[in-house]
Design a protein around this ligand. Sequence first.
Ligand SMILES: [Zn+2]
Length: 520
Amino acid sequence: MLAIRGKIAKRRKKHLFLFGGIGFFILFVIVVIPMLISLFVFLAVDSNSGSYSYDIPLFGYQDAIPGPLKQIYEEVGRQYHIPWNILAAVHKIDGDYLNEMKSLFPNDVPFAQVFHEAGAKYGVDPALLKAIAKQESNFNPKELSHAGARGIMQLMPANCQEAGLDPNGDCWDPVKNIHAGAQEIARYLKKYQGNLIFALAAYNAGPARVSGMDDNPRPPEVPPIPETQDYVKKVPMYYEQFKKGMGDGKVDPAKIEEIRKKVESVASKLAEKRKKHEDSSKQGNPTACMVELKKKTVKEVKEGKAGNYGALTCALAEYFSESWSKVAQVEEQAQLYLGSVMLTGSGKPVSFGGRMLWPVQVGGGVHKQGGCVSSPYGQNRGTYYHRGVDISAPMGTPVFAAEAGKVYISKADPISLSDPIGFGWYVGIDHGNGLTTWYGHMPRKSVLVKVGDYVQKGQKIAEVGRNGMTDTQAHLHFEVHINQDRDRIDPTPFIGKGVPCNRSKFDPSYYTHPIYGVNE
Ligand SMILES: [Zn+2]
């Protein structure tokens, strides 16, 4: 805790690259040229489909898959041409997954009993305390960070003193150290009304960085410090593991082989059944399931909860003895594994299994990614952090819905000196599961949607402008929110990095004139 610099210094490895002329030439030939070629292939493929898209990385701490299992799903999935996430989902839903995980990870952590005692005393889940200890010190009672954080729970001297411990004495006692850490996280959980992420951010970066000083508070946010951002992802991941009884993460090799055989057996059954359903359609004599799927006569398919995998869906239905609710569960879980976001204290995951479109698109007919990034997410602006990405583009460049959804905001953000955001006219789209996107600074007259409208992914909703508190150039301010606008997160994983603006070579059409507070 409070050990930002120390921990970062400790973890960073120093890399030194020294290239002579020849070395650089070799590097260019074997690395840069193939990279350029693959980039062009990527661009060519993508412009054919008319949009730029990116895979969303797995955020799903809620459903974090232990590494050794992920490897099994991937390997077996490749062998049988079945998506790994389907295999993972079947494994989770079909059978006694939790007990299986317990036997896969037989060892509990060091000081396990102390974590349980401290958890009971301060009303904190012992699994959470284990997770913090794992991330902070990997259970090493002698760990000392460069910033001076001490012991298993990495208490700063001030934290030791708060708990009545001597920073150079009994604060190093593992039992007392764990109890003091438990007390600290319990205090933050109370302060942030059970919001785990804010509580963890406070434990890592100090409460002042999360919600200001007590006499000058502001709404809490995870500070855009890389270590803290990493911390609030990793600790919940460990937390989920420890909740499942995964102990120290060491795997029983015999058990892993047992699981591999089980997954292989499931995969071979599914592949066989899939082929039967596939062939039936090819031969013009489709199975009942393929007919039902096409006509959407099954309730779960009609409701969009199943049916995304064609013949494989039918194979799943057969595997689960026509229990379509099980099929729906598997497909939902599979989507969750593909791309999911969970940053909520309630532990409810937000699922988003897909890709978003870069919201500024140029070109007639076939669109492509437009504009450049003039201000990234997380930029420190003195009194606040920039919680979106600014995409600069000429006035009037079309703004597209990054994903399908329902428009739930379309209004002017009133300009005032106390409002540093000043979105101008902005639109919010609800994509379901608590996931929303916001689009700001658009001229009112350009906005094509109203509250209640359903929009398609890639539908034009407005144009780039400079409405509100904008810089010298027109730009779209784009935000991605999860947990129903409670957390504004980095849009990069959803839409990609984009191209940074080269300010010295700025297209003059991007400029308006230096002005703040336009409302047009
Ligand atoms: Zn902005």
